[in-house]
Each structure stands twice: as structure tokens, then as C-alpha cells.
Design a protein around this ligand. Sequence first.
Ligand SMILES: Cc1cc2nc3c(=O)[nH]c(=O)nc-3n(C[C@H](O)[C@H](O)[C@H](O)COP(=O)(O)OP(=O)(O)OC[C@H]3O[C@@H](n4cnc5c(N)ncnc54)[C@H](O)[C@@H]3O)c2cc1C
Ligand SMILES: NC(=O)c1ccc[n+]([C@@H]2O[C@H](COP(=O)([O-])OP(=O)(O)OC[C@H]3O[C@@H](n4cnc5c(N)ncnc54)[C@H](O)[C@@H]3O)[C@@H](O)[C@H]2O)c1
Length: 448
Amino acid sequence: MEHFTNIVIGFGKGGKTLAKFLATHHQDVLVVERSAQMYGGTCINVGCLPSKNLILNGQKGVPFAQATQKRAEMTAQLRQKNYHLVADEPRAQVVNATAQFLNEHSLLLTAPDGQTEQVSGERIFINTGATPRIPAIPGLKLGERVLDSQQAMELPQQPHRLAILGGGPIGLEFAAMFASYGSQVTLFDPHEQLLHGFEPEVQTAVTADLQASGLTLQLASQVSQVTTTTDTVTLTYHQAGQTQTAQFDYLLVATGRQPNAAELGLSNTTIATTPTGAIKVDEHLRTTAPNVWALGDVNGGPQFTYISLDDFRIVKDQLFGSGTRSTADRHFIPTTTFLTPPLATIGLTQAAAQAAGHQVLVFQLKTQAIPKARVMEDQRGLYKVIVDQDSHEILGATLYAQEAHEVINLIALAMNGHLKYELLRDMLYTHPTMAEALNDLFQTPLQQ
Ligand SMILES: Cc1cc2nc3c(=O)[nH]c(=O)nc-3n(C[C@H](O)[C@H](O)[C@H](O)COP(=O)(O)OP(=O)(O)OC[C@H]3O[C@@H](n4cnc5c(N)ncnc54)[C@H](O)[C@@H]3O)c2cc1C
Ligand SMILES: NC(=O)c1ccc[n+]([C@@H]2O[C@H](COP(=O)([O-])OP(=O)(O)OC[C@H]3O[C@@H](n4cnc5c(N)ncnc54)[C@H](O)[C@@H]3O)[C@@H](O)[C@H]2O)c1
């Protein structure tokens, strides 16, 4: 059995960054990835980057067939680059196989052709990501007409009539994206409102903009049956006390992603899982077995590429630093749902801040008031920022506007640096930019 100092299972964001780091720090490392089409992980192959590329080309008016070709070229290039970034390191090896634990420190590797080998590792890092969660609805099964996000992006033509199950980030981004290519999109979600837990002004604005772009929303709906034929999919759903049916060409299932832990052979180890099926970790990402860590989606944390990257930093700090860095250091996690315009958030909403006992100042600005929005010919949206009345520090922000995905990082800096809001109010900004609107936003709080 070949022995390695380090084994990384899964070529995800945290794992590949760690593998590169270890190899360049003179440690041998084996990276095990079950699919040669996934070198580099979910984000670059089937997640963030291809979806944003399709969103961008939809906005530019590129036909879907051409856009999907560009997406495929981009992911192929990124996959190659990611593979070589690790595999070309003299101390690193990449193997195409599925890993399963035999015990805490040895693994069975099964190659795509069925060949097996056993390896052992002094340290093992689990970075196996997540896969779509399919709700237990009669007739609902992925196939020709019922797709996950990867299959939807790989369609050769945009669907004519598309149903989407789930109004989370995948459901919303794909709904807006397919609508921009001309698909008739209907989105089903059990909540009364889109964007559950967001600022109410933003829920209203986004809902109105999505409807104006041609999207049909079936909110407060429960899909109870899915029936497929060779070229249609029919949904039966309950809504407002009535049972209805609707027919589509395709259904995209976007109802969350489940950590990939079930097939790892964990029953051969003392590695515990959580009630939701994630690998149980402490705040230093240590599993319940010695010298085994879990990074990224598989550990049940927020499912973002930048969280997986931060998981790498936590593990690196244990191996090469002071060992103090932990998930508790993540005070504020910015997010962006890439709608048009994008929707970015950080920290608390007004309701959450008040519920937590803060006296708040609420600042709000309509995007219409921002010159750069006029220049960009998209004046939809608003900024809403919540400030603590005593400390003058920012508690949370929701930005729904062009460039919100960039401006939110400026707010994150102020929050992490414990800066008073007046600094952003009085700063010099380049012009014309969406950031300079912070000068105006912070002039006068709304009356409470
Ligand atoms: C459509 C979509 C859009 C998204 N958009 C964004 C976005 O805009 N911004 C953002 O931050 N996040 C986004 N995400 C989420 C983001 O992609 C994930 O949070 C992130 O990629 C998770 O990375 P990871 O490090 O956990 O592992 P992953 O990148 O998921 O890698 C896990 C790897 O492990 C492999 N693997 C699994 N089991 C085994 C095994 N037993 N043996 C060997 N290999 C195995 C898998 O094949 C996979 O390559 C998006 C996700 C999707 C699906
Ligand atoms: N821009 C981004 O950062 C981005 C983009 C895409 C995905 N992601 C990540 O990927 C993860 C997965 O995204 P997601 O949108 O699949 O999951 P999600 O868990 O965020 O949202 C799932 C949605 O499906 C709905 N739902 C659940 N069961 C349902 C049912 N039976 N019928 C109809 N609706 C149902 C829920 O109400 C919810 O709105 C997210 O948590 C996110 O972190 C991030």
C-alpha cells in the first residue's frame, strides 16, 4: 500500500489550494478526484463560473447555442489549467478515482475502469463537495426532461417552456438567465415571498423586476406529482386550496445541495456526520477522527467557493501557523445572487438587527439617484444599510443594483475593520461609479 503524508479527496476549491500549498512547501500530496471532467471542482466546471458566463452572454444577447459553446470552451480551459496547477508540482500526484475509507487512514481508490488500489495517508483532507438534493415528490427523478443545474447548462438549445423547482440562488439565477435567452420560465417555491429572510423592500423590488422580465412565479405552491413523457414534463401542484397542473418542456430541480458524505465509507471510521448528512467538524475543521479534516460544502458550512477557500486558510494555519484561525473568525459573510441587477447582502437585515436589540439607523437610496446607474442604462434597485445607533458601525447591508457584487465588498471591509459609517459617507470615490453613491446614501437616515 503506497503511503502519503497528505491525501486530499476531491479536487474542490479548498482541497486544490491546500494541495498546491503543501506541494510547494515540500510535502508529498495525493489528490483523488472521481471525475476527470471535474478537475478544479464544482465552481469552475459546473457551478459559479459557467453559470455566470451564461448569465453574462444572455445579457449581451448572444444566442443560447453559441453561449453554451463559449461556456464549454471556458470550462475546458479552466479544467486544464487547474489540473496542471496541482499535477505539475513535483511533490503532487493527481489520480482519477473514487475514494472510500477502509479505516481512518487508509482508502480504497476505484478508477473509472473498475481497477482498485489501496493507499494510506498520515493526514486526510475530505473536500468532496455537494450534489443536488432531489425532494421526495412522486415521479420526480432526474432524467431527459428533469434536470439539475449542470444538465440545464449543458442543453444544446434553450428550453421553450421551463419549470424551475426552488427559489434559492440557483433557481433565481437560472430563472433570470433562461428568461434572458427567451425561455418561458415558471418558478415554483413553497414560500409566500421570494427571498425569504431578505429586506422586504428588496423582496418587492426583485419580484417586480423578475415578473417584468417575463418570469411567472408560483409562490406558496407545493408540487405533489411530476409526470414525464418523452418530450414533456407535467407538474401537479397545490396552491391556495386548489390543485392544478401545468405542462413544460423541461423541469430544473434547484432545491438545495446535499453534502457528498454518504458514499465515503465513513462507517469504517469514527468520522461522524451531522443530522443533515454533512461531515461533523469543529471550528478548526477537524473531524471526529484524528488527522482528518473536512473542507468546503461537505462539512455543512455555507455553500460558497470563498468559504471553501477560507476553510483552506483555517487548515493551513493549523499545519503551518499559529493554529488559532477558525470558522468563528468569519463574522460577516457577503453573498451575491447574480440577477440582473445583482443582489448582494451582508450581515443583519433591519428586522434581525432590531430583534437582536440594536437601536438602528436605516439608510436607503434608490438606484435611480445614482448617475452611474443612468450611464449603465439600468436604474432598477436600491441600497439599504443598517447602522448601529450607538457605535455608528454597519450591522448589515442589502444592495440590489448594478455592480452590487463589487460594492458589497467595500461594505464588508468597513464592517470587518469596525469603521464608522461616516468614513464611507465622507470618502473620496472615483466618478462615475456605483460606490460613490455611498456618499449620498449615508447623508440622512430614514425616520424610525
Ligand atoms: C450552479 C451553481 C452556481 C454556483 N454559483 C456560485 C457562486 O456564484 N458563488 C459561489 O461562491 N458559489 C457558488 N456555487 C457554490 C460553489 O460552487 C460551491 O460552494 C463550491 O464549489 C464548493 O466547493 P468544494 O470545495 O466544497 O468542493 P467541490 O468544488 O464541489 O469539489 C468536490 C469534488 O469532489 C469530487 N468527489 C466527490 N466525492 C468523491 C470521492 N468519493 N472520491 C473522489 N472525488 C470525489 C467531486 O467530483 C468534486 O470534483 C454555485 C454552485 C452551483 C451548483
Ligand atoms: N451566487 C451564488 O453565490 C450562488 C449561486 C448558486 C448557488 N449557490 C450555492 O449553492 C447552494 C444551493 O443552491 P440552491 O438554490 O439549490 O439551494 P437553496 O437551499 O439555497 O434553495 C433551495 C430553494 O428550494 C426551495 N425548495 C425546497 N424544497 C422545495 C420543493 N419541494 N419544491 C419547491 N421548492 C423547494 C426552498 O424553499 C429554497 O428556496 C446555495 O446554498 C448557495 O450557497 C450560490
